[in-house]
Design a protein around this ligand. Sequence first.
Ligand code: TXA
Ligand code: MG
Length: 534
Amino acid sequence: MITRILNPEREEDINFAGELLRNGKLCAIPTETVYGLAANALDGKAVKEIFEVKGRPSDNPLIVHISDINELQALVKEVPEKAKKLMEAFWPGPLTIILPKTDIVPYATTGNLDTVAVRFPENEIARAVIKAAGVPLAAPSANLSGEPSPTEFKYVFEDLDGRVPAVIDGGDCAVGVESTVITLATEKPRLLRPGGITPEMIESIIGEIDIDKAVTEKMQQGAKVSSPGMKYKHYSPDCSIIIADLSFEEYVKLVNESDCDGALCFEGEEKYLNKKAVTFGKCYDGLSQAHRLFSALKELDELGLKKVYARCPQKRGVGLAVYNRLIRSAGYSFYKASSMVIGLTGTTGSGKSTVCKELKDLGFKIIDCDKLTKSGIYEGECLKKLVNFFGKGIIDEKGELIRKNLAALAFENKENTQKLNEITHPYVTAKIKSEIEKYKEAGAKFIILDAPTLFEAEADKLCCKIISVVSDKETRLKRIMSRDGIDENLASLRIKAQKEDSFYIERSDYIIKNDGDVESLFESVQKIAADVVR
Ligand code: TXA
Ligand code: MG
């Protein structure tokens, strides 16, 4: 079969795609998530061809794509209130909603299920093709079954050339991982596949949802799955991938000193590595990681790599979607160290100390960076640099630091705070490292690095996981005033000198929102602790 490449900017090409699809033929189309291999969703025979071309197991259901909210009614029996709210908030966009199906949707499309997955894509080319076809389109990712999903045209063509009548060249996909899949056919909404629309975004619209265990864990053999797609091999390049659940520093050492022949790391990290590296987005930036992941997996094979260690994405926000795909491409293989350093940080007055105490009670070893820095840092070379910048007013006649004076100057504005950090942090880091080593040698498994300026000091590079404690400004103001015996003015200056909550949230694996209720605070600490030690 000759595969025609269609140009989405030409109306006649879009119409040609529409005609093919209306007549029961296949066509690959771009969407904002990944490319899809489309057929008329209401034509069982056409749908069966998708399964054949992809080599896809017939019980793995397809998603039905629509181009207008009015097309939904014919496909599903009813639309519950929560579904309506999600559609209003996120459609068109990368969210797929599962609801009980009507009779016009063939069982071939739903893998014999009585429910149907519906998605209203945002991508204009996808919508134009659905409109031109005049029928809803079933479209799984346009890869051969088991391969990474294609997010660039060249990979679609590589897989499908000669197997389908036409493919549309729509450039690169914006999101890069497949849509979020949520079922509202169960009593409580349940997330089956994470994507660009995050659990946090969904919960802000319809309240608490369940997250299927298979999202972050390997299913036991023979276990009942909520979504048939969960049980199949997925996103696998030929190269074998091992996820390194380590700090950045440990990762660099592992890659450089082990027998792997490459690395799958974040942008900018490759310069520390002595092996071939493929990058997938920026550290702490799930969106950019999602955008790059599938192409990065392809590039591992293009480079002929056989075994790489991959950096571990965060399990929150869009990072959860990246994590979900990466554990599958790695066949769930992890490299873990015998001891793990966990960073604990957050805004001043957020209740970090309370969290720390609770973690200590749970058996974690604690390194108190504040205490550590109070002894043996503000002297010698470091103190000289501080006096050079902040002036002689910060030392007494004996040449010793007057802490209060330094603090007053340092917290006066952001620039001063930054300068203080810049000067002291190399000294602090050296001390922290030696403290970590001591604990490791003593056989500690989980070490908490309690550091208010974890990121500023770049001590996050020493941590495998990061917990941030945040809290609303009013509560923090009160806490700081009573804790430090200072007035509201000074307390608010201290808050102002700090980064916003979002800074911490973006960079953390776990967030604790501490708005005063001690019981729920302890509950979230315990939940996090349980996840960390697993
Ligand atoms: O972003 C996307 O959703 C892309 C683009 C092309 O739109 N499509 C896509 O389709 O990812 P596919 O077939 O690769 O993934 C569909 C997933 C499967 O894992 C399947 O198990 C699940 O959706 N699914 C579909 N219908 C379902 C149903 N009725 N119940 C449970 N899971 C369902
Ligand atoms: Mg797929």
